[in-house]
Each structure stands twice: as structure tokens, then as C-alpha cells.
Design a protein around this ligand. Structure first.
Ligand code: ZN
Length: 96
């Protein structure tokens, strides 16, 4: 059973974005500026350092800085799945 699926309703559980730690694999977005628009791509990386809810994420040979809110756990369903799926709203105290 995935920790991101509610055992009661079967819907997605929103990842807790306060508990990212060094060594976690995360997905984050990169915005590429084009001439008249922009393009969003996602990358996966590993957290190298954490300071005041900001993480330094090593991906390839670069380190990116992102606030925790902009990160998504790599082992959770994709952000798109959360956007399209049903989100758990059970009031279960031990969620997450
Ligand atoms: Zn639920």
C-alpha cells in the first residue's frame, strides 16, 4: 500500500511538504524562457542541503534552489495525477 493512497477512501494523499530532508529524491520544475513564451520541464534530483524550507537539489551536474512548496516527492504520484485525481479529505490524524 502506497503511503500516498488513503486506505479508507482510496484517493490520493497530498504529500507533506514540510519534511523534505537531505538525501530525498524530488521532482521540481524548470521554467525555460523562450522568445515569446516559456516552457516548463520537470527534473528529478536529490536534495543536497536544506535551509529554512529551501532545498538545494543536485540534478545532473547542476544544483538548483527551490522552496519546499515547489518540490514534489519522487516516490509520490506525479503532480499531474494529483491535479486530475481525487484528493483524500478524510480527517484521519495519522495521515502522512
Ligand atoms: Zn481518505
Amino acid at each position: 500500500m502506497s503511503k500516498y493512497r488513503c486506505i479508507i477512501c482510496g484517493n490520493f494523499i497530498t504529500p507533506n511538504k514540510d519534511n523534505f530532508a537531505v538525501g530525498d529524491n524530488v521532482v521540481f520544475a524548470i521554467k525555460k524562457e523562450l522568445v515569446n513564451s516559456f516552457r516548463i520541464t520537470t527534473r528529478i534530483g536529490k536534495i543536497e542541503w536544506v535551509k529554512d524550507k529551501v532545498a538545494g537539489i543536485k540534478s545532473g551536474n547542476k544544483t538548483f534552489e527551490r522552496i519546499f512548496d515547489q518540490l514534489h516527492p519522487a516516490d509520490a504520484p506525479s503532480p499531474l495525477a494529483y491535479a486530475l485525481g481525487e484528493i483524500c479529505e478524510c480527517e484521519v490524524p495519522n495521515h502522512g
